[in-house]
Structure formats: structure tokens, C-alpha cells
Write a protein that binds this ligand. Structure first.
Ligand SMILES: NC(=O)c1ccc[n+]([C@@H]2O[C@H](COP(=O)([O-])OP(=O)(O)OC[C@H]3O[C@@H](n4cnc5c(N)ncnc54)[C@H](O)[C@@H]3O)[C@@H](O)[C@H]2O)c1
Ligand SMILES: C[N+](C)(C)CC=O
Length: 489
């Protein structure tokens, strides 16, 4: 197999060490690609290229309209190569091809959205209180941006970082998860084809504790934008403090899905499945904490369980497959341990709770879609992010209790409320401490609305206007049109 390379300073290059890494299909453990496996030296080289492109190059001062044209071209190229990108994403992550196709549509939409937003903010004239002066506020790029992405939605999470960074005139180095680099490599072919100048966008491949750590700590990186787990987020925050770089952190979630007895139960049950079992629950905003009103608890759980029993596991490329594997053996074991601990703490397995027995699934990292009942908020299984296909069910009697349970978490990424009572719904979401709340829906996101977490789910916002501002500095320019001496000293 040809070695897939990094993209640094406009060149496709192997790792300086010459090291490579096998990329594994989580459905059957076959090697699907061999990629360069960089280390801190490769990061250093990419940072130097991005620094030079920012300090000496034209990109930061290129008119926003011109940058927007290039970013829009990237969107068009994504559309052109959508099927190839979707297949690579499914091979690499195990998610169904249908889900990857949705992701690719979303991704092109993100590039298009930011291309359209690029030239809309021309700054602001301030009504200066000082006579004979002009006071204005302009937005400028932050500088060299380090970007680190996770394995669950590799290219989608990258698009939330690449598109706003590019249209605002920054230069960047992105590092995908070492186990899912394939669509990042492909999009850099498209970035090259689109005409982004050399050095502006760089791709470094390799592990977090070398390549990622260097990006987070390096003095020549002005901003680090990270999507991944809380513990890694803390490490990155500490590393970023070395040169006080700006940070944007999109971290985990343990997302409550509150179901009132007066909800449209048919829809609530159907969407409760979608909220968790897409991509085998490996979604930061998965609605894994079902909090259901006691009077409908048994009916709700029975109906949900019947539907879960019918979920078809398999190869993401098979059109009948509804749920693919987990990402790795290590992650599968983590999910197993999490469920075992929940059972020891008193949870009951309503369905699933183990690996499937089917012969055809034994080479993949599969875990059955699972529902745990009799859960209480003090259990680790209710508090910790499983990042797998596992629902925990808690009961409530009053609205107040439901909100208290929903907020009882170190996380604050997202949550949902199901009820036909619109006043009650608005009352609840006003009290829910999360960055995104859905009423009578779950897991909806689009480029126009901000995404990010309260509490330990993160710092900052991606998407929307706020996602653009993350990549901008704000400068106040005061111009004295009639300078005069004061003769104070
Ligand atoms: N909030 C969101 O929008 C969002 C979206 C997707 C995933 N996530 C979260 O991501 C997590 C799953 O992803 P993961 O397992 O890839 O997360 P992770 O934290 O293990 O890894 C994420 C990235 O960080 C890198 N990394 C690891 N150690 C590092 C270090 N010391 N310094 C710098 N970089 C380092 C990894 O190589 C990878 O590229 C879950 O917690 C999930 O909730 C959040
Ligand atoms: C943000 N989202 C839902 C696309 C992916 C989270 O893992």
C-alpha cells in the first residue's frame, strides 16, 4: 500500500522519522490504509510553515471576498467528491454509509455558510465622545491556529474549524485523531486544488501526546481549537497557558432526554432511539440519559426495548445495517466495563448489555444496543460518558425533580424535553444548564446556530457567527484628527 502523507507548506511529505501507522476498519479489523505517523518534529515544521505564511504571506490581507471564493470552491469540491469522502469516512469509523453521506452534505454546508459570512462584518464606527476623532473597531485574524479533532465525526468536526479559520485569514495546522485520518487527508487534496496558498493550511498526522501536545504548547501557535474528551481538554488547557494562547474546547456530554407523560410518545420513542444509537452512541450529544415521568415509565421502557431488539448491526456498507461497530477494541472494552459497573451499582439490563453472538460480527468491535433501567443519579453509569450505545433510564414525579436530575451532571453540552405543553417546555429549557436544548426533538445542529457546552463540556462556541468570532481578534482604532499638547508635565 502507498503511504498516505501529511501536507506541510504545500508539499505532501512522509513523517520526518519515517514512521507509519496502519489504519484499521473497525468492522473487520482489516488494514485499509498506511499513513505517515508524525511526531513533535513534524508539528514543529508545520507550525514554522504556518507562522511564515501568516507573518510574511498574503493570506491575512487577502480581501475577505477572495478568501470566500476559495472556501466556496472547497464546498463545491466536497460536493463533487461526496461519495468518495463518505466511503472513506465509513471505512475509517464503521458508521453507516448513509450517515457518512449526511455528514458530507453537512460539511459542504459549513464551508458554504462561512464563505457567505466572510465579508458581512466590515467593522464598526463608534460614536466617539472625544471631539475631532474617529473611533472604529475592526476584526483581524488571530494568527496561527492549531486544531485537533476526534475520531467519531472526523471530517465534520474538522469542517467546523477549517472553514471559519480560513475565511477570516488565519493560517492553521490540523491534527486528526491518529486512528481516523483518511477524510482529513482527502480534504487536503481538495484544499490544495481549491487554491489555498502554500503554508496556509497544514495537515500533521500522529498521536495526541506528541503531535497534539506540540501544537498545544508551542509559543508560535496563537490559538488552539480542540474537540475531544474532558481529560485531554484539561491537558490542552494547561499546555496552552505557556504562551496564553486562545483556547476553544468542545468536550464531552452526558445528555438528558426528559420525557413528560403528556409528550407525543410515538415520536418521543422514535427520536429517543435516534438520539443515542446513530454511530453506535459515539456522539458527544447522544441523549443517553432518559429521564421519564413515573406514570409512563413502564410503557415507555417496554416500547423502547421492543424497538431496540430490532436494531440491525452490521457492515456500514450494507444498506440494511442500522448500527455499525465501536471504533476500537480498547473502546469496546471501556463500554463493557462501564455497563458492568452500572450493573454492580444496581442497574438492570432491559436489553443488550453484552457483545452480540452473531458469527459475522465477531471480527468487529460490536456492542449490542443497551438499555439500563432502575438507574439513579448517584450511579457512575448515569454520570460518566460511555460514548457507546447505552441508555440509562431514571424516573421523576414532578417537573422540578426532572430539571434537578437533568442538571445533575458535570457536563452541560445538550439536552431535550418532550411535552405538548409549550409553556412547561419553555419553563424547563430556561432552567436547563446546557449549550443546546431541544424541545420535542434531539440532536439537531446546523451551521447557522452556535454549538458548545456549559460547565465542563467546554469553552467557546463553534458554528454560527460565534464560530467565526473564535478566529478573530477585535481591534479598537482611535484616530485623533486634531492632536494638541496638554502641557501637564
Ligand atoms: N463537544 C463536541 O462537539 C464534541 C464532538 C465530538 C466529540 N466530542 C468528544 O470527544 C470525545 C471522543 O473523542 P476522542 O476519544 O478522540 O477524544 P480524545 O480526547 O481522546 O482525543 C481527541 C484528539 O485529541 C488528541 N490528543 C490526545 N491526547 C492529547 C494531548 N495530550 N495533547 C493534544 N492532543 C491530544 C487525540 O490524538 C485526538 O486527535 C468524547 O468525549 C466526545 O464527547 C465532543
Ligand atoms: C457535534 N456532533 C453531534 C456533530 C458530533 C458530536 O459528537
Amino acid at each position: 500500500m502507498d503511504i498516505k502523507k501529511q501536507y506541510i507548506n504545500g508539499q505532501w511529505v512522509e513523517a520526518i522519522s519515517g514512521n507509519t501507522r496502519d489504519i484499521i476498519n473497525p468492522y473487520n479489523q482489516e488494514v485499509i490504509a498506511v499513513v505517515a505517523d508524525g511526531n513533535a518534529q513534524d508539528s514543529e515544521k508545520a507550525i514554522a510553515a504556518a507562522r511564515e505564511a501568516f507573518d510574511q504571506g498574503d493570506w491575512p490581507n487577502t480581501p475577505a471576498t477572495e478568501r470566500a471564493k476559495i472556501v466556496k470552491k472547497i464546498a463545491d469540491l466536497i460536493d463533487r467528491d461526496q461519495e468518495e469522502l463518505a466511503k472513506l469516512e465509513s471505512l475509517d469509523t464503521g458508521k453507516t454509509l448513509e450517515e457518512s453521506r449526511w455528514d458530507m452534505e453537512d460539511i459542504a454546508g459549513v464551508f458554504r455558510y462561512y464563505a457567505e459570512l466572510a465579508d458581512k462584518d466590515g467593522g464598526e464606527i463608534i460614536n466617539s465622545p472625544i471631539p475631532n476623532s474617529i473611533s472604529k473597531v475592526v476584526k483581524e485574524p488571530v494568527g496561527v491556529c492549531g486544531q485537533i479533532t476526534p475520531w467519531n465525526y472526523p471530517l465534520l468536526q474538522a469542517s467546523w474549524k477549517l472553514a471559519p479559520a480560513l475565511v477570516t485569514g488565519n493560517t492553521l495546522i490540523i491534527k486528526p485523531s491518529e486512528i481516523t485520518p483518511l477524510t482529513h487527508i482527502k480534504i487536503f487534496e481538495l484544499i490544495e486544488e481549491s487554491g489555498v496558498p502554500k503554508g496556509v493550511a497544514n495537515l500533521v498526522l500522529g498521536p495526541g501526546n506528541t503531535v497534539g501536545a506540540e501544537l498545544s504548547s508551542h509559543k508560535n501557535v496563537d490559538l488552539i481549537s480542540f474537540t475531544g474528551g474532558i481529560e485531554t481538554g484539561k491537558t490542552i488547557m494547561q499546555a496552552a497557558s505557556h504562551n496564553m494562547k486562545k483556547i476553544a474546547l468542545e468536550l464531552g456530554g452526558k445528555n438528558p432526554n426528559v420525557i413528560f407523560a403528556d409528550a407525543n410518545l410515538e415520536v418521543a420513542i422514535d427520536q429517543a432511539l435516534n438520539a443515542v444509537y446513530f454511530h453506535a452512541g459515539q456522539i458527544c450529544s447522544a441523549g443517553t440519559r432518559i429521564i421519564v415521568e413515573e406514570s409512563i415509565h413502564d410503557t415507555f421502557v417496554d416500547a423502547l426495548t421492543q424497538r431496540v431488539k430490532k436494531i440491525k448491526l452490521g457492515n456500514g456498507f450494507d444498506e440494511t445495517t442500522q448500527m455499525g461497530p465501536l471504533i476500537s477494541e480498547e473502546h469496546l472494552k471501556k463500554v463493557e466495563r462501564y455497563v458492568e459497573k452500572g450493573i454492580k451499582e444496581g442497574a438492570t439490563v432491559a436489553v443488550g448489555g453484552k457483545r452480540p453472538d452473531d458469527a459475522e460480527l465477531q471480527n468487529g468491535f460490536f456492542y449490542l444496543p443497551t438499555i439500563l433501567t432502575n438507574c439513579t443519579t448517584d450511579m457512575s453509569v448515569v454520570q460518566d460518558e460511555a460514548f457507546g450505545p447505552v441508555i440509562t433510564v431514571e424516573k421523576f414525579k414532578t417537573e422540578e425533580e426532572a430539571i434537578k436530575l437533568a442538571n445533575d451532571s458535570i457536563y452541560g453540552l445538550s439536552g431535550g424535553v418532550w411535552t405538548k405543553d409549550i409553556v412547561k417546555a419553555e419553563r424547563c429549557v430556561a432552567k436547563m444548564r446546557m449549550g443546546t436544548v431541544w424541545i420535542n426533538d434531539f440532536n439537531i445542529y446546523f451551521p447557522h446556530a452556535p454549538w458548545g457546552g456549559y460547565k465542563q463540556s467546554g469553552i467557546g462556541r463553534e458554528l454560527g457567527g460565534m464560530g467565526l468570532e473564535e478566529y478573530q481578534e477585535t481591534k479598537h482604532i482611535f484616530h485623533n484628527l486634531k492632536p494638541e499638547t496638554m502641557n501637564w508635565f
